[in-house]
Design a protein around this ligand. Sequence first.
Ligand code: MFK
Length: 622
Amino acid sequence: METRESYKQIGYSGREFFQQQSPLLGNQFLEDSALIEGLKRVLPQEVYSSIQPDLVQFGDRVVKDILELGRQSENNPPKLIQYDAWGKRIDKLVIDESWNTLKDIGATEGLVSIGYERKYREYSRVYQYIKIYLFACSSAVQDCPLSMTDGGARLLELHGSKELMQTVYPHLTTRDPKQFWTTGQWMTEKAGGSDVANSETIAKEITGGQCQDNGAGIPTHFVSGYKYFTSATSSQGAMILARDTDAQGKSTNGSRGLSVFYVQLRDKNTGELNNIKIHKLKNKFGTKAVPTAELELINTPGIRVGSKGRGVPVIASILNITRIHNVIHSVSTMRRCVAIARDFAHRRRVFTSTLNENLLYLSTLAEMELEYRAGLQFLLDVSLLLGKSECNSTKETDSLLRILTPLSKLYTAKQSIWVASEAMECLGGTGYMEDSDLPRLFRDTQVTSIWEGTTNVLSMDVWRSIKSHNSLKYYKDSITARISASKSSSSSALFETSIKLINKALDLIERTSRQVMEEGDLQFAESNARRFSYLLSTTYMASLLLEQAIWSKKPVDAQICERWCFLKLQNAKEDSQSIAFINADEKWRELDKVLALDLNEKGEARGYGDYCKFTNQPRSRY
Ligand code: MFK
């Protein structure tokens, strides 16, 4: 194929030097075969046909203007100017215009609104979240404020007063960029991150009309306290956790004393902060364009949302949304990393061949792609469940969503960190260089295992969901339903090994949960919580890959499911040690190639080259 760049360049000395071509990216929807197949499975045909053109246009934008804006935002991170030349405290946040433009794009593309317009009923969430998935890695993590805005809209829908639904909700769910607001979620304090029961921020009831309508309605409380991490401080509003105090200053300890308050950050006329001092912008490992601050609220007017003392369950309605956004970001990172490493495989010649013929490179890339595909299935599944739960809540859907939200969040975060790290290695020394963009992707996804609850905190939340929602029953039911479907499928013979391994994993899950739930072995539960969550996640993902294979009827999808089970569920065998070597026979190596290069049925590779095969447009530098 013709290439735009030559492998050779003439140096100033007149000598010829080798010049490596950089990887390119094409339309991020059209080149994502696993996504297209997955969407076709989970969506009714008419919904898929209706949204497909929008996904095609957006898949193009995310490697063009959006990518450029994201890069600009990264290169111009936010700054805080605390004092003016005359010593007056101003706490001015200086935000690059590109960041605001990305927010505007978020509005016009419907990245929050699609989920609330519900044009496609329970399928709306899948549509919305796949758009954000396309956006995330190009957007300098603009998906962070959008995720909290999404959570804020859901919180208002569930717990907001009529007034807040009229004043704030329309701003969070509009497509008009001039009207669009984002909201933050301010929980974390120095004394309480995971353990929010230690929160010190207080809220005093306002009496006697001391406060005027500030754009969101008449404030009910003055909120005071120190918040240690406030993501997206450029937002217009925030949902804040604070402790109610009475006139004598008395309050209830623990999480039962907490409520949620909506705060309007800036004065609607002057644009100045409403009794808020920004003490510093956080010096973070990644997400550099996101203005995360440490700040103090000093009698900041707020409006209580939801019932008094129910702050944790009320704010959990945000957490349960933002945790799914975490899944989106993690899966998006895996996909972007694989896309870069795949294109590079076709361009990089080492030893005697290009990397697309190097067995070891293919094997590594195949494992990365496998992680991505399993993560993608998890994302599609929880997005659909969320849509179902919102449109037609049932005990089964809600309980399943309750356990799968922490599971998908904690597992995909770890997957993406591994995949991003491998992708850097795939590009060798250049992958470690800042301008290769791989370090940014790595740093930005490292936080997904910390944001919105660490792996350990979420593993304990899984046990909580089993206890409070009987969620393990619905979890097991959904897996056994897929196993039953595979048995009645015309290609059932292809699934035998997978089913054997899934059943073994289910046995181990059963024994573990019995030891905890029936024998009350809480120390065993706590010390094994992370291992148990991983087992629950990998087993569930195996069942989703099985469902995809049953649907597609493609033998290669059955092999992909089997590969996953083999690599991830072997440890479910009581006696097994992890296998040191795999019998990588011809069949195994062939699947490596299919996964690594995304070969179609004719054996043609996808996702590489100078021109996108689907649009004939030049592919973009990422
Ligand atoms: C691109 C992606 C962008 C992501 C956004 C980035 C922004 C980043 C900003 C942040 O990181 S914000 C900080 C996030 N912080 C956390 O996620 C806190 C982690 N800690 C937990 O999740 C703890 O488990 C929790 C604070 C919930 C524990 O609180 P408690 O009060 O000690 O728990 P408890 O007593 O078990 O639960 C209190 C109530 O809440 C119970 O209801 P009931 O009173 O009716 O029994 C629980 O059932 C309910 N609850 C807890 N977790 C829930 C929940 N309800 C529904 N869903 C949940 N997940």
